[in-house]
Write a protein that binds this ligand. Structure first.
Ligand SMILES: NC(=O)c1ccc[n+]([C@@H]2O[C@H](COP(=O)([O-])OP(=O)(O)OC[C@H]3O[C@@H](n4cnc5c(N)ncnc54)[C@H](O)[C@@H]3O)[C@@H](O)[C@H]2O)c1
Length: 334
C-alpha cells in the first residue's frame, strides 16, 4: 500500500492487520469419494482450507498427511482432518459423503436406513458449528437422503441439496460425444429425476453446439442419434455405476470432479446450471420430493430451477421418478 508523505513523494506503509476471510470446504467421510473429492478440489484450487471429518481417525489422519504432502504442486491450501466435529467450524460448503457401503446380502433399502440414521447422528452437530455453510449430500440413495437431511436439519431447501444427476449428466455427455465424435464440452444434455434406476435423459432439449440432438445427422448419418442409439445410451448411463463398482469396488474420480464443480459454483458464486437434487415446489406440478432438474447454483446454494421444456414422455418419466423416490422416503417415515 502506498501513501503520500509530502508533495509527490510516496512511501510504503504497513498493511492493516485485518484478518482476511478465506474459503473453507468441509468433507464428511474420508472414504473413496470424500478423499478423492478433496484431491480434486485441491487440484482445481477451489478452496484455501479443506477439512475432512471421519469416524475412522487413523484413516482421516493418513488422508490429511498424504494430501498435504502434495500441496507444493498445487495452489496454496491447507488440509486438516479429525474425528471431532469441531474441524468443520465455519465451513462455507460441506460435502456429505459419509455412508455405509452395501454389504453382501444387504438391500438398497437397508443401506437407506443405515445412511438416514448416520445423517441423524452426524448432521445436526455439523450444522451447529457451520450454520451458514451450503450443504451438499452425496451419500446414496441421494434423493431420499437429501429429503431426510432437510427434515432433520431444518435448513432451508436452497441451503441443502443433493449432488443429484450432475455425475449422470457427465456420463450421458461422454457417451453422446463418443458416439458423435465431437468434444464432450460441446454437448449440452441433462439427466433429470432420481439419481438411480428411474432417471431419464432430457433428449428433447439436448443440443450439440446449437443443433438439437434429435436433428443431429452426423457425417453421412454415421453419428445419428436414432431412438435405438438413445435408448442404448440411456441404459448405459444407468448401468455404468454398477459396472465400475463391480470392477473396482467404488466410483470416485468422476463423482469427485462433479462434486468439485458444485463446490466451485458455490464458493465462487458462479451461478452455474447444474442438475442437482433439491426440494421441488410445484415443478411440473410436483412438490415435496427431492429430484434433479437443471438449477442455478451460486453462493447461497440453489438459486432457481429452470423450467426446461419437456416432451409428454419426459414429463411422465419425471412423475415416475418422483413416485419411486417418494415411496422409499415414506418407508422411513419421511
Ligand atoms: N451421489 C453420487 O453421485 C455418488 C457417487 C458415488 C458414490 N456415492 C455414495 O457416496 C457414499 C460414499 O461412498 P465411498 O465409496 O466413499 O464409501 P467409503 O466406505 O469408501 O467411505 C465412507 C466413509 O464414511 C465414513 N463414515 C462412516 N460413518 C461416519 C460418521 N458417522 N461420521 C463420519 N464419517 C463416517 C467411513 O469411515 C468411510 O471412510 C456412498 O453412499 C456411495 O453410494 C454417491
Amino acid at each position: 500500500m502506498v501513501e503520500e508523505i509530502e508533495g509527490d513523494e510516496f512511501a510504503l506503509s504497513t498493511p492493516p492487520s485485518v484478518p482476511r476471510r478465506t474459503s473453507k470446504l468441509g468433507i464428511v467421510g474420508a472414504g473413496a469419494v470424500g478423499s478423492t473429492m478433496a484431491y480434486a478440489a485441491l487440484m482445481r484450487g477451489a478452496a484455501r482450507t479443506v477439512a475432512l471429518l471421519d469416524v475412522n481417525r487413523a484413516k482421516v489422519e493418513a488422508e490429511v498427511l498424504d494430501l498435504s504432502h502434495g500441496i507444493q504442486f498445487m495452489s496454496m491450501a491447507e488440509v486438516i482432518g479429525s474425528d471431532d466435529v469441531s474441524v468443520m467450524a465455519d465451513c462455507d460448503v460441506v460435502m456429505f459423503t459419509a455412508g455405509a457401503k452395501q454389504k453382501p446380502g444387504q438391500s438398497r433399502l437397508d443401506l437407506a436406513e443405515a445412511t438416514i440414521s448416520l445423517v441423524r447422528k452426524v448432521l445436526p452437530g455439523i450444522v451447529e458449528v457451520a450454520p451458514h455453510a451450503v450443504y451438499v449430500m452425496v451419500t446414496n440413495p441421494v434423493d431420499v437422503v437429501t429429503y431426510a437431511a432437510l427434515k432433520i436439519s431444518g435448513l432451508p431447501p436452497s441451503q441443502l441439496f443433493g449432488s443429484g444427476t450432475v455425475l449422470d449428466s457427465s456420463r450421458l455427455r461422454y457417451l453422446i460425444a463418443r458416439h458423435t465424435g465431437v468434444a464432450v464440452q460441446n454437448v449440452h444434455a441433462y439427466v433429470a429425476g432420481e439419481h438411480g434406476d428411474t432417471e431419464l435423459p432430457l433428449w428433447s432439449s439436448a443440443t450439440i453446439g446449437s443443433v438439437p440432438i434429435l436433428d443431429w445427422a452426423g457425417a453421412d448419418g454415421a453419428g445419428a442419434l436414432t431412438r435405438e442409439v438413445r435408448d442404448g445410451i440411456a441404459r448405459e448411463v444407468v448401468e455404468s455405476a454398477y459396472r465400475i463398482i463391480e470392477g473396482k469396488g467404488a466410483t470416485n474420480y468422476a463423482i469427485a470432479l462433479a462434486g468439485s464443480r458444485i463446490i466451485e459454483a458455490v464458493l465462487k458464486d458462479e451461478r452455474r446450471i447444474l442438475p442437482v437434487s433439491s426440494l421441488l415446489d410445484d415443478y411440473l406440478g410436483m412438490s415435496d420430493v427431492c429430484l434433479s432438474v437443471p438449477s442455478i447454483i451460486g453462493a447461497s446454494g440453489v438459486m432457481d430451477r429452470l423450467e426446461v421444456p419437456m416432451s409428454s414422455d419426459e414429463i411422465l418419466g419425471m412423475r415416475r421418478s418422483a413416485e419411486a423416490v417418494r415411496s422409499v422416503a415414506r418407508r422411513f417415515g419421511f
